[in-house]
Write a protein of this length. Structure first.
Length: 344
């Protein structure tokens, strides 16, 4: 009960996981169905009472946090992509064909052999995990960070199968599939060139250095990415300089603003404005898009750069156009505002 309460207090989706565990408890005790079912219902009722302080927040999350915008094909692809990541990690994207196809085949072989050779309880755990992934995909909330607790339910049956699969061709294929996924995943980690979401290699250090130079010359700097603000803070405060280590964001004194808050405080301007857009998107919506359109109509665009093209941009545009993601991971725009007082 205490572990269940800790789960739902730290993860809204924990309720779905507890439902799976309750079903599993009932299935494991068919000879005592009435008593076990009553115990599961009583436990759920007590957890619901203990959850009273968070019910309002949970209801608001259900109302505002869900996204039913994906097509059936997109939902299936997102679910499959996140299951693939749970085994092979994000270090090797499935669209890097020379590595992604072998990794996909290894993952598929693992799942099929688990369903064939694993004990019944391990099979059920795998099915619960796949069901939770499918549910998250339908709700539009499936992401890598949300996969972390569910991934254990996908991987544990693999470990169980390693210990019980009989010697023979099946064991050789299964061992080869496990080894293949491990080797491909670790190769991607060391290579650092095949990430499905290359946020680990985004050139924020370079962009922050340029933004810091603009800021020192008196420009307004606008951004939308936390990593950008992190690097910019260090760029503007070299090591050894005392004080001022709070995150530089929404500060009229420094001229550094978050994209949304820059609009809310009345779009303060100087002669030069340096706009930095990063992930997440969408490309044609959101505060960063509004800032860019406003600056295009009120100021003169002097220069612009696009850095680190998303290798899956064409696939996302074809199968997930509703995401509207940026084809380039980082985009900078340098504006000159002739009469910034009048614009303001």
């Amino acid at each position: 009960m205490l572990l269940g309460l800790a789960l739902v207090y730290t993860n809204y989706f924990g309720w779905a996981m507890l439902v799976c565990l309750a079903i599993d408890i009932v299935l494991c005790h068919p000879q005592d169905l009435r008593r076990v079912s009553g115990l599961a219902l009583a436990s759920g009722l007590l957890l619901g009472i203990a959850y009273l302080p968070l019910w309002l927040a949970f209801r608001n999350e259900l109302r505002t946090g869900l996204s039913f915008r994906h097509t059936l094909v997109a939902t299936v692809l997102l679910a499959g992509f996140n299951v693939y990541n749970a085994f092979a990690s994000e270090s090797v994207a499935p669209w890097v064909w020379v590595l992604g196809i072998p990794a996909f085949l290894c993952v598929t072989a693992e799942l099929l052999l688990v369903l064939k050779y694993a004990p019944l309880q391990a099979k059920r755990l795998l099915l619960y995990g796949l069901t939770l992934v499918a549910l998250m995909a339908v709700l539009g909330i499936v992401t890598s960070k949300r996969m972390l607790p569910v991934a254990a339910w996908l991987l544990l049956p693999v470990g169980v199968t390693v210990g019980v699969i009989p010697r023979g061709r099946g064991r050789m294929v299964f061992s080869g599939a496990v080894a293949g996924v491990v080797l491909i995943g670790w190769f991607g980690i060391f290579a650092r060139r095949f990430y499905s979401a290359p946020r680990f290699v985004e050139p924020w250090h370079e962009v922050a250095a340029e933004a810091a130079e603009r800021s020192r010359s008196g420009a307004v700097v606008i951004g939308n990415n936390p990593s950008f603000f992190f690097y910019l803070t260090y760029a503007l405060h070299p090591p050894g300089q005392p004080g001022g280590w709070e995150m530089l964001q929404n500060s009229s004194g420094s001229g550094v603003f978050d994209a949304e808050d820059w609009i809310e405080i009345g779009r303060p301007l100087r002669h030069e404005v340096f706009l930095v857009r990063g992930m997440p998107g969408p490309l044609s919506a959101g505060p960063s898009w509004d800032d860019e359109q406003w600056l295009n109509s009120h100021c003169v665009l002097m220069a612009g750069r696009q850095l680190l093209r998303d290798p899956a941009a064409d696939l996302k545009a074809r199968f997930l156009p509703e995401l509207g993601e940026l084809p380039w991971r980082v985009r900078t725009r340098d504006y000159f505002c002739i009469d910034h007082k009048e614009n303001q």
